[in-house]
Ligand binder design. Sequence first.
Ligand SMILES: [Fe+2]
Ligand SMILES: [Fe+2]
Length: 277
Amino acid sequence: MKVPFELEWLGGAAERHFRKARPRTEELPWGTVDPSRYDPAAVDRARSSWTEVAINEYRAVASFSEVLRALVDAKAPLDLLGMTSDFLADECAHVELASRMAMELGGAAPRLVDFDRFTGPLRRGLTASQRANELVLRVSCISEAFSGGTATVSYEATSHPLPRAVYGSILRDEAHHRRLGGLYFEWALSRIDEAELRRLGQVLLASLRGLAPFWKSRSATSKEAPAWSEADLGALGWLGPAQFAPVAKEVVVRDILDPLATIGITITAAERAELLG
Ligand SMILES: [Fe+2]
Ligand SMILES: [Fe+2]
């Protein structure tokens, strides 16, 4: 069932503990965005986009919780478990940053979320190692690599100091989240056979097909002038869909397909052509 995306905040001891764990949030230049200085259509689009980031970061909390549990079950090295645990607080901090950014622009856009299907489904009957392989692949090697790689380009276009600081803070953490995949597979690869590599290739293909609308959808391929000022949208942290499309495709090849191919997780040339065509 879909329900409105809303966040609660307890304050008191919970807030103090969280602030101690992630003290930088309060140092950002909050309260410095004046939405009336920007094109209203650009503000509206930026507001929706930051709301969607908040939802995606919230999903990342759920995803890394699943990754952590799978790594525990697969008896991954303890320091890798500790590293992954730390990411949960990072993702909570990112939810806060993105939602406060939406508030600065006039408040979060209303969004419905299905929490019963919040993260991707895992097939039944997988072993603990297969679950760990699949979740690390989907979350660290694909999802984090995609969001981090594309956000780097959006960050470069962002001129207002507040969204720049938000991106800076998020991207610093995401770099570690993306590294987990490489570290995990370095440890796990000798235990992964050919059949499992082929299975992971299919997981890769399915995940990337889920991202394809970023470069294949009508808004991504439209040549029409956008309904908002691209300069103002950029200042507030966002590329329009037509500008985003080539960035998304480049990140998929450079940060996802190519590095995964070096460890034997691949899709066929025909699948690649169909995906990127
Ligand atoms: Fe994040
Ligand atoms: Fe992340």
